[in-house]
Design a protein around this ligand. Structure first.
Ligand code: NAI
Ligand code: OAA
Length: 363
């Protein structure tokens, strides 16, 4: 009898651990302390961040790195599988953010309510031989559903879209928000930071510099020829031979495919992407905090700042991040002839990827 009641207590404890109410502190071992019973009741000041797709290849290291970010006070980890385990694991890190896990569509609204920043790496990755556009059929629906949740539960949140194809998933998100009447072009950003991270790395290798000293603007979009590194605007100022320009442009445009092929069927970039996503999310949070001079590249609506960098409704370029999200979109600046040719190719492909996303929601 005694043994039976012990088992029931253990099951109750495990179940509470896997489905914690929002005031629950997860504690290792047999002891189960509720937040209400703890002495420290105040949360640290900071931002509330949700990761949708938190149990995936990007989601897990991204969750770990966001838990280490001192600007984050609350971290919500949502996925359709395995989020309780990832949440339990990450929650043991002795950093400030309180971590809560959410599993499955029925917990999406709880995951999103009150969030300042939502990061979306949910969706399937490429296998060798696929383009990012080949992911559209699965990922378009995933992003649409998640954005419907955002429109309902945290319409003022900044949204960082990682799920591919970014050139179409960002327009999908915009259309969902427009339908819901919550679209704010300043608050929706497609994450192209990995292109910049790669460009900085590869350019630094060629120049024999520390990549942390190098800054390469990458504009356009996030797929093949739409990824347009502006090598004429590299900081610190430098010059390249024609051979170096061709090598660097091709390596930066095909960086994702390079990783997909090296992983040989086990997915695409996850660790460098988590690093890039955190670098970008941190910039968004510093902007929200009111820091001056936060400038990064991102794929944004051209309506974000009444400056049409191109005639396209979405385009990646340098943006200044602030309390409202995208505060300013920078003009492309002077391009050399190689970049002008690249820009025309990029615009052609971008136009059809954007249209594909827009008409998906219109259906
Ligand atoms: N923007 C960029 O630079 C990059 C984008 N990506 C893209 O990021 C996405 C994720 O890649 P990985 O993490 O490697 O994939 P993964 O398959 O390892 O993880 C995806 C996660 O999303 C979850 N998921 C699926 N449907 C969901 C839903 N409806 N709601 C919430 N979660 C859901 C899965 O359960 C899984 O845990 C892919 O689309 C990939 O192409 C990847 C690298 C770079
Ligand atoms: O290439 C992929 O499929 C994933 C991705 O977007 C990247 O690594 O840039």
């Amino acid at each position: 009898m005694q043994q039976g009641s012990d088992i029931h207590q253990r099951i109750a404890r495990i179940s509470a651990h896997l489905n914690p109410p929002t005031n629950h502190l997860q504690v290792e071992g047999s002891c189960n302390i509720w937040r209400a019973d703890c002495r420290a009741k105040g949360g640290s000041p900071g931002f509330k961040v949700a990761i949708l797709g938190a149990a995936g290849g990007i989601g897990q290291p991204l969750a770990m790195l966001m838990k280490m970010n001192p600007l984050v006070s609350v971290l919500h980890l949502y996925d359709v599988v395995n989020s309780p385990g990832v949440t339990s694991d990450i929650s043991h890190m002795d950093t400030g953010a309180v971590v809560r896990g959410f599993l499955g569509q029925q917990q999406l609204e709880d995951a999103l309510t009150g969030m300042d920043l939502v990061i979306i790496p949910a969706g399937v990755p490429r296998k060798p031989g696929m383009t990012r556009d080949d992911l559209f059929n699965i990922n378009a629906g995933i992003v649409k559903t998640l954005c419907e949740g955002i429109a309902k539960c945290c319409p003022n949140a900044i949204v960082n879209v990682i799920s591919n194809p970014v050139n179409s998933t960002v327009p999908i998100a915009a259309e969902v928000f427009k339908k819901a009447g919550t679209f704010d072009p300043k608050r929706l950003l497609g994450v192209t930071m990995l292109d910049v991270v790669r460009a900085n790395t590869f350019v630094a290798e060629v120049l024999g510099l520390d990549p942390r000293e190098v800054n390469v603007p990458v504009v356009g979009g996030h797929a093949g020829v739409t990824i347009l590194p502006l090598l004429s605007q590299v900081k610190p100022p430098c010059s390249f031979t024609q051979e170096e320009i061709e090598y660097l442009t091709s390596r930066i445009q095909n960086g994702g495919t390079e990783v997909v092929e090296a992983k040989a069927g086990a997915g695409s970039a996850t660790l460098s992407m988590a690093y890039a996503a955190v670098k970008f999310a941190d910039a968004c949070l510093r902007g929200l905090r009111g820091d001056a001079g936060v400038v990064e590249c991102a794929f944004v609506s051209s309506q974000a700042r009444l400056l049409y960098v191109t005639e396209l409704p979405f385009f990646a370029s340098k943006v200044r991040l602030g309390r409202n999200g995208v505060e300013e979109i920078y003009a492309l600046g002077p391009l050399n002839s190689h970049e002008r040719v690249g820009l025309e190719k990029a615009k052609k492909e971008l136009a059809s990827s954007i249209e594909k996303g827009v008409s998906f929601v219109g259906k």
